[in-house]
Write a protein that binds this ligand. Structure first.
Ligand SMILES: *[C@@H]1O[C@H](CO)[C@@H](O)[C@H](O)[C@H]1NC(C)=O
Ligand SMILES: *[C@@H]1O[C@H](CO)[C@@H](O)[C@H](O)[C@H]1NC(C)=O
Ligand SMILES: *[C@@H]1O[C@H](CO)[C@@H](O)[C@H](O)[C@H]1NC(C)=O
Ligand SMILES: *[C@@H]1O[C@H](CO)[C@@H](O)[C@H](O)[C@H]1NC(C)=O
Ligand SMILES: *[C@@H]1O[C@H](CO)[C@@H](O)[C@H](O)[C@H]1NC(C)=O
Ligand SMILES: *[C@@H]1O[C@H](CO)[C@@H](O)[C@H](O)[C@H]1NC(C)=O
Length: 940
């Protein structure tokens, strides 16, 4: 029985063979020659073309012939990774229907023009094949082409001067020109509109020119199923024609600079499975009609300005959205609650609602979403307790990000979670006081963010001997005590360790080679710096505000990956190492507030990308090394409170053109103030106080351009803080450049982004008069010339300094009257003119009314309020004016505070720091409001 069966099968097989043999026509010899010529000039590193031997080219791999005519109709060399020359003889394959050369690497040569000769071609796939140059217009001759893919994301770029050739390809169903450079193709949309059979259109990241998508009204491409135009700056609104594409299943217009609303017509796209409109400027509400789109699998509307109540929209959505797997609405302005809808979207795998204004609790029913792998609801206004019940069925959960809400995590010690996370973000949630023991069960975890989580006591030992490949641990801003273990050096995967603002004690152990970000600042660590901070990986090192002692080891110079070192506010001593080398990555060095002595190392001049150098509050001596003039990117040069001497070098003005802050105060600098300083066109803060400077104040200071602007355009450039990637895409900043300054009589710490415009020349031996040009420095907020030997009168132009808040001219030899123009200094909140030889009546009105007698003490010939010494002549007639002035003043002030808070908020929110945990702008606004309130109460 079996034998007969076998025999039968054999016979069948033979029959098939003969049939096949008959049908394979012999290879046509001219076409074989063409292929041989192609084979000779092409290079084939993988040896895939070795099978190309024998007479019958139709049997060669990748080659297919027509059974009827014997012509080569298909050349499928995709995934063959060829390179070298494409021989033009290939054009001999005149009947070619299918050509696939994708995945090769032709090293940037243009697409061969002869491809335009393949009149029968229907499939042309040249994607990722390393072509460059301009698209040959001959491609437009391929009128039968149904499939065209030229997409290429490699190092070579294909450009097209126009889209004429596309408009002729009227048989196209599939067009992919992603990553081409199409900036000159202003006609792209009109050309695509000729393609009435088109089903797939992909122009991802193709540098398309700004295009009003509504500029076509009548559309031919009604068969479209896939539109992918993401990453082009179209600058358009959503076009009306989209809503008529009844077959559309994938719509991706992310990052297209789209504005306007999402209209209700969206509900007409019944076939839609994926809608990607993320990272645009769309506003208004999520249209209700979305609830009719029952086939949706993936919704991405993140990073827009969508508003309205999410729960209302979502409640109407869930009955039909049974297939929805990904819902990303992150970074919008949505309000509403999570209860009553999210638990019904049973297929959800990814839910990202972070950075909205959602309120209420996280319902325990969320645990029904058993397929959930990614949950990010960070940066909302959610509240309540989270317990085991929230997570019962979430066994697939991989990332859990709840940061920056008012959650309290209350789980039992013995809890054994059903999930194995890789990322956990609980920043700002109340997790403590105990370090969560359940984390011990998480053997896959890579990132833990437990910053500001109310944790007290020592870190458990197991956190350092984790079986998991932990890469990032953030337990900053807690009350963590104890010491760091010596075994830390064996945590071979650790990249980020952030324990800033705790109460760690003991010494700093050696660090593993993998560490790139190490922040142990604001603890009670002592002892000297460790033998090793790992190898060459470290980028960010902050150990400030501890009690570290000893010298700076020279190996710090060798860590060439380093971008920031902050070891300020310790007890470190000795000379600074003079081993710095050409290093393109160092941005910030902060050695301030230690006991360093000796000279500033001249090799620091080789740190060419340095933007901030803080060496203040040490005992450094000698001259400023001339090599520093090579640090052309310096924004901050802060060497105040040392024993530096010599003249203020002229190269500061000539060479350090980007300087914003120059702090040379409290040193032994002598000589005159160089005229060249006025060339620092970005300078906003100049402190030369408490030195031995002599001569007069240069008139050229009145040319400092950054002080000249009359409008309230705040420059965002001084803002630099170091950002580190946290869990779930959140950034946290670990370093902010700050500055100690005496301002309005108080010692304050400012974040440098705060625009403090100040000139302080106090406590020197300056003589001569105050140049009237000082009145040009319109944006100046603080001017201190006190304790010098300045003579002459206060220039009338001082009244032009409209933003002046603090003015100190005390202890000089000024004479003459106080200029009336000072009444227009509406923001003045600190004034000291005491101990001069000023005379006459103190101008009265506006802000000047708010100062007490001490502002004017020690001027024998001054009279009038607030001094008790009267001027004999009364001035009641001014009363009316005063009330008027006060009103103007209040309005201006309100305008100022409003303007500042708005501007700085915009600025913060447009920077990459949108998720910064330290939102100090609020503080500045609060401060401003406080100042405002104080001033208003003074006036009342
Ligand atoms: C094609 O080239 C390969 C080597 O690159 C060679 O082994 C093969 O014999 C060639 N085939 C023909 C038909 O020339
Ligand atoms: C071309 O070849 C690649 C690699 O094998 C394949 O992925 C692609 O689908 C092919 N293109 C066409 C149009 O068949
Ligand atoms: C093919 O295209 C080119 C350039 O667009 C054109 O000059 C030529 O006449 C077209 N026709 C043929 C048959 O090559
Ligand atoms: C639609 O396509 C045809 C040819 O395919 C063309 O003649 C017509 O102008 C196109 N319509 C629009 C509105 O572009
Ligand atoms: C969860 O995912 C599995 C496949 O991964 C799928 O079979 C199942 O239907 C999903 N559950 C729901 C409720 O969609
Ligand atoms: C640390 O504890 C002190 C006192 O117990 C408390 O005032 C402080 O807020 C705590 N700090 C943090 C970051 O929890």
């Amino acid at each position: 029985m079996e034998n007969t069966m076998n025999g039968l099968l054999m016979a069948l097989a033979l029959l098939c063979l003969t049939i096949n043999f008959r049908e394979i026509a012999a290879c046509i010899s001219t076409e074989r020659d063409a292929l041989v010529a192609f084979n000779t000039s092409i290079k084939d590193p993988d040896g895939r073309l070795h099978s190309w031997h024998g007479e019958n080219c139709c049997s060669w791999s990748g080659v297919s012939c027509s059974k009827k005519t014997g012509h080569v109709i298909k050349l499928d060399l995709g995934e063959y990774t060829l390179n070298g020359q494409i021989n033009p003889s290939l054009s001999g394959l005149t009947r070619l229907v299918y050509l696939n050369l994708s995945q090769s690497d032709f090293g940037g040569v243009p697409i061969p023009e002869f491809i335009g000769c393949f009149k029968m071609l229907r499939y042309l796939d040249l994607s990722h094949a390393g072509f460059g140059g301009t698209v040959p217009p001959q491609l437009g001759n391929l009128s039968r082409l149904s499939f065209l893919d030229l997409s290429s994301s490699g190092s070579h770029v294909i450009t097209a001067d126009d889209f004429q050739w596309v408009s002729k390809l009227t048989s196209l169903r599939y067009l992919d020109l992603s990553w081409l450079y199409l900036a000159a193709s202003v006609d792209w949309l009109q050309a695509v509109n000729m393609l009435h059979l088109l089903e797939v259109l992909r122009l991802n990241d193709a540098s398309l020119p700004a295009t009003d998508l509504n500029s076509v009204s009548q559309i031919n491409f009604t068969a479209l199923k896939v539109i992918d135009l993401k990453n082009n700056e179209l600058n358009s609104s959503l076009p009306d024609w989209i809503w008529n594409l009844s077959s559309l299943s994938d719509l991706d217009l992310s990052s297209c600079e789209l504005s306007g609303r999402i209209p209700d017509e969206l509900g007409k796209l019944a076939a839609l499975q994926f809608i990607g409109l993320g990272n645009n400027k769309l506003n208004g509400a999520i249209p209700r009609s979305m609830s009719r789109l029952c086939n949706l699998v993936h919704i991405d509307l993140s990073r827009n300005i969508l508003s309205g109540n999410l729960s209302e929209a979502a409640r109407s959505m869930f009955p039909c959205m049974k297939k929805l797997q990904i819902l990303n609405l992150a970074d919008n302005k949505l309000t509403g609650q999570l209860s009553g809808w999210c638990e019904h979207m049973a297929s959800l795998e990814v839910l990202d609602l972070s950075e909205n204004s959602l309120s209420g609790v996280l319902p325990t029913s969320i645990s029904r979403l058993s397929n959930l792998t990614y949950l990010d609801i960070s940066f909302n206004k959610l509240i309540g307790e989270l317990s085991e019940l929230h997570f019962t069925n979430l066994s697939r959960l991989d990332a859990l990000v709840l940061a920056s809400n008012s959650f309290k995590v209350v789980v039992k010690h013995s809890w054994f979670p059903p999930f194995q996370l890789t990322k956990l973000g609980l920043h700002g949630c109340l997790v403590g006081p105990q370090f969560p023991t359940w984390l011990q069960s998480q053997t896959r975890i890579k990132m833990i963010d437990l910053g500001s989580a109310g944790i007290r006591g020592a870190l458990p030992d197991w956190i350092w001997n984790f079986s998991s490949p932990m890469a990032s641990l953030n337990v900053s801003m807690n009350n963590i005590t104890g010491e760091l273990p010596a075994s830390l050096v064996r945590s071979k995967m650790l990249i980020t360790l952030n324990i800033r603002h705790n109460q760690l004690e003991g010494y700093i152990p050696d660090m593993p080679n993998s560490v790139r970000v190490l922040d142990l600042s604001h603890n009670n660590l002592s002892g000297s710096l460790p033998q090793s901070f790992g190898d060459k990986e470290l980028q960010y090192l902050s150990l400030s505000h501890n009690s570290l002692s000893g010298v700076i080891p020279a190996y710090l110079c060798d860590i060439i990956s380093m971008e920031l070192i902050d070891i300020s506010n310790n007890n470190l001593s000795g000379e600074l190492p003079n081993c710095w080398r050409m290093n393109s990555s160092m941005y910030v060095i902060d050695f301030s507030s230690n006991n360093f002595w000796g000279e500033i190392p001249s090799t620091m001049g080789s740190l060419s990308s340095l933007t901030a150098l803080h060496l203040s509050k040490n005992s450094l001596s000698g001259l400023l090394p001339t090599s520093l003039q090579s640090c052309k990117r310096l924004l901050v040069l802060d060497v105040g409170e040392n024993n530096l001497s010599g003249y203020i070098p002229t190269w500061i003005g000539n060479g350090l053109q980007t300087l914003l802050l120059l702090i040379l105060g409290s040193n032994q600098f002598s000589g005159e103030i160089p005229e060249e300083l006025s060339q620092l066109h970005a300078l906003q803060y100049l402190d030369l106080s408490n030195n031995k400077l002599s001569g007069s104040i240069p008139r050229s200071l009145g040319k400092l351009t950054s002080f000249l602007s009359r409008n309230l355009e705040w420059d965002s450039s001084p803002f630099f803080q170091f950002m580190v990637y946290g869990v779930g895409g959140a950034y946290f900043s670990v370093y902010k450049d700050t500055l100690q300054a005496t301002f309005r009589g108080y010692r304050l710490t400012f974040v440098i982004s705060f625009l403090l415009t100040s000139i302080d020349l106090s406590e020197n031996h300056l003589t001569g008069e105050i140049p009237s040009e000082i009145g040009n420095l319109y944006r100046l907020a603080s001017l201190n010339l006190s304790r010098n030997h300045i003579e002459g009168s206060i220039p009338e132009t001082i009244g032009n300094l409209a933003w002046l808040e603090s003015l100190d001219l005390s202890w000089n030899d000024l004479s003459g009257p106080i200029p009336q123009s000072m009444k227009s200094l509406l923001f003045l909140s600190f004034l000291n003119l005491s101990y001069n030889h000023l005379s006459g009546k103190i101008p009265y009105g506006n802000q000047l009314m708010t100062f007490e007698g001490d502002s004017f003490l020690g001027n024998e010939d001054l009279c009038g309020a607030p001094l008790t010494r009267s001027c004999h002549k009364d001035s009641d007639k001014h009363k009316h004016h005063e009330i008027f002035d006060t009103l103007t003043y209040m309005f201006t002030l309100l305008g100022f505070a409003f303007g500042f808070c708005t501007v700085s908020t915009t600025f913060i929110f447009s920077a990459a720091s949108r998720r910064a945990y330290f939102q100090f702008t609020d503080n500045i606004c609060n401060w401003l409001v406080a100042v405002l309130e104080r001033k208003l109460s003074l006036i009342r």
